[in-house]
Design a protein around this ligand. Structure first.
Ligand code: COA
Length: 668
């Protein structure tokens, strides 16, 4: 959510001063669930789901029992869903972190003329990190306040305190998010610098004094020399962290048998962050390739081994100017990441480099290179991780598009929420490409509440479906005014759902809570959670998120299902940046096709608004207001009838993929 910073407060850091996340009523959630799913299911599927929901929600039934237990849990916990959500969303997910989970921010392309320039940039950035961390350690970070929908309320600041203190430890079935207590007194602290697949300990606080930028540059220069002078080939051990979480957990337990490895792992796990000094990637520097480089490092042949994916913040500084940050996501959301990186970029542009003025006061010993004892077993595991990372690299279909025709200003002039409008645009794009609606995720912040993270705005509303059908099905033969009315309905429905989600009243977290409570109580999984509809509802073919920035940069992430799209957008006043990802191995998807349909849809929506505005201006300028009201009422009645007719038709028709360039598949 776009946010505004004001005063600082310790209460908001812990969230204590904020209300607790509410618990929606069982009947509301079940009714919304049915409404969200009806048009995404066949009639037969829906009837079955309706029966299961009825059974589950019956008075005295299992739903009521679970709901009562959640009420008790809410009394005891700061945030009743936090642990369930963290485990389900991240820690139990076994997929590899790059592309599948870790988002990235892509900085503007840097123009480094000589190798020393990238090290200067790194030293300046690290100085910024240390400034920012000092603010965090002193609890001096200003509190964020919500903007946009329901603006003005303070937001929970807890996520900020995970930026430089967390570590995602891999486990055989479930990872653990380890948090270190933040330091009030400056103690020995270090950053890990990755260079040529090797890891170096860069102490940044020595003798209670923070290293200045000149010292940092000196140390970075030593690191690059040391990295280049190693005679023995160094095993690219970081590749292990790019593997599936269970595989990495197994490899880590093998590594832990050697004390040398234990020491190296300990140093990495306790560092502030990683700074990855990347080799030039040798590819054309389009936004899409730079985004891909941030997400996966180009694979084992490029900078894929120059990473440690468990650590929340990895700054990537490519010698070719390809820079950004890739993040382990379980510790915080993209909005917190944006706030932090904007601080750093503003620090770097606002405060001139202090390299010239600051004198180095101490003769610093060289940073320590971390050593590894790699058994043949580990070598084999590294090879296997490398193969899997390469497959991920080959599979990613990334497309970054700057839509310049208009931005938030035009949409606000239509008296519409820009976010809701873009979401309807994404629904139109998917429908144009694939001829059906699909379960869609849009992240909505719940930071208005203690320990708030996110819930889901289910953007594939029935109203959006009616609109996209109206825009794509010529047989419906609707007038522009009718389509415009449908657009307004779709945007209103989306805005209503947004408000529901940001006030903690959406359904996804609640359903998850009910499901997990059943498992906690060791009762049989209720049938609504084994129902096909529930699986469809959680298979997010469209995974979307607004990540706005005030500094030139953009966010990107991968799809969350094999046949899906990741669609991240950054709305600005006169343009919108879209980062669209999908997998090449899926025969259903194509990022370029999706972007083409998105652009076409956004242009059509603008045309529609303009045409209808000029008609209503004409009517406004005319002399017969009662005729206008009559016309408007007729349109509303006619279009709401057509909405329900077209959605019913949609239900009866099999949902078939329409794709021009590739094979098409019916829905699974
Ligand atoms: N007419 C005119 N202007 C309107 C309007 C209308 N009908 N409705 C909204 N606006 C304005 C708002 O006042 C706001 O103005 P501002 O730019 O001056 O602040 C602007 O349009 C944006 O509002 P809107 O588009 O409605 O969206 P939002 O900013 O409230 O964002 C969410 C909605 C869901 C994206 C946001 O609440 C949220 O949760 N963000 C977090 C997403 C997240 O977590 N991302 C990272 C995941 S890793």
């Amino acid at each position: 959510m776009p946010i505004l910073s004001r005063e600082s407060s310790k209460d908001c850091a812990s969230g204590d001063a904020l209300p607790k996340l509410p618990l929606p009523s069982l009947s509301d959630t079940l009714a919304t669930y049915l409404r969200c799913m009806k048009h995404l299911l066949t009639e037969e599927q829906f009837n079955q789901t309706q029966n299961l929901v009825k059974q589950f929600g019956a008075p005295g039934g299992v739903g009521e029992l679970l709901q009562n237990k959640l009420v008790e849990k809410r009394e005891k916990k700061a945030n009743w869903v936090y642990d369930y959500w963290l485990n389900d969303m991240y820690l139990k997910n076994r997929l590899a972190l790059p592309v599948n989970s870790s988002p990235a921010m892509v900085f503007p392309q840097q123009n480094f003329k000589a190798p020393i320039d990238s090290l200067r940039f790194a030293a300046h950035l690290i100085s910024g990190v240390l400034e920012y961390k000092a603010l965090l350690d002193a609890h001096a970070l200003p509190v964020d306040y919500a903007r946009g929908q329901l603006s003005g309320t303070p937001l929970c600041m807890e996520q900020y305190y995970h930026l430089f203190t967390s570590y995602r430890l891999p486990g055989p079935d479930k990872d653990t998010l380890v948090a270190q207590k933040s330091n009030v007194m400056p103690e020995p602290e270090h950053i890990i610098v990755a260079c040529k697949n090797q890891f170096f300990v860069l102490d940044v606080v020595i003798n209670f004094r923070r290293l200045n930028e000149r010292d940092l540059l000196t140390q970075l220069e030593k690191i690059t020399k040391m990295a280049g002078s190693e005679d023995e080939p160094v095993p690219p051990i970081g590749l292990l962290t790019s593997d599936g979480r269970t595989e990495w957990a197994q490899a880590r337990s093998v590594l832990m048998k050697e004390s040398t490895n234990r020491d190296s792992l300990d140093m990495i796990e306790r560092c502030i962050c990683l700074v990855c000094l990347d080799e030039p990637n040798g590819t054309e520097q389009s936004d899409a390739t730079r985004a891909a480089m941030m997400l996966h490092g180009g694979g084992p042949g490029m900078n894929g081994g120059n990473r440690w994916y468990d650590k929340p913040m990895q700054f990537i500084l490519g010698a070719d100017g390809c820079c950004g940050v890739v993040c382990e996501h379980s510790a915080f959301e993209g909005i917190v990441l944006v706030q932090c990186t904007e601080y750093l970029l503003k620090y770097m542009t606002g405060s001139p480099s202090k390299l010239v003025r600051a004198a180095s006061v101490s003769e610093l010993s060289a940073p320590r290179r971390l050593r590894w004892k790699c058994s043949p077993e580990i070598q084999k595991l590294i090879t296997s991780s490398a193969d899997k990372l390469q497959r991920l690299v080959n599979n990613l279909d990334m497309n970054v598009y700057k839509f310049s025709d208009y931005g938030k200003d035009f949409i606000k002039k239509q008296k519409m929420s820009p976010d809701a409008y873009i979401q309807v645009g994404l629904q139109l794009a998917y429908y144009r490409c694939h001829g059906r609606p699909v379960s869609t995720y849009e992240s909505a912040s719940t930071r208005r509440f203690q320990k708030g993270r996110v819930d889901n705005i289910r953007s594939a509303t029935p109203e959006a479906l009616a609109f996209v059908r109206a825009m794509t099905d010529k047989k419906l033969n609707l007038s522009d005014m009718e389509k415009m009315e449908m657009l307004r309905c779709a945007i209103n429905a989306q805005t209503k759902y947004t408000v529901l989600a940001i006030t903690g009243m959406a359904i996804d977290n609640h359903l998850l809570g009910l499901r997990e409570m059943a498992s906690e109580m060791k009762i049989e999984k209720p049938a609504i959670f084994t129902d096909k509809a529930y699986l469809i509802s959680n298979h997010f073919i469209l995974s979307t998120s607004q990540v706005p920035t005030t500094v030139e940069m953009f966010c990107c992430y991968g799809p969350v299902v094999p046949n899906g799209y990741g669609a991240c957008y950054n709305p600005q006043s006169d343009h919108i940046i879209f980062s669209v990802s999908s997998f090449l191995e899926s025969l259903e998807t194509s990022s370029a096709e999706f972007v083409k349909c998105l652009v076409q849809g956004l242009l059509d929506m603008k045309d529609l608004c303009n045409k209808c505005n000029s008609v209503s201006n004409l009517v406004e300028g005319g002399k017969n207001p009662s005729a206008e009201i009559k016309m408007q009422t007729e349109i509303e009645n006619k279009s709401s009838q057509k909405i329900s007719e077209s959605n019913t038709k949609q239900q009866r028709n099999p949902q078939v993929m329409v794709k021009s360039t590739k094979l098409t598949f019916p829905e699974e």
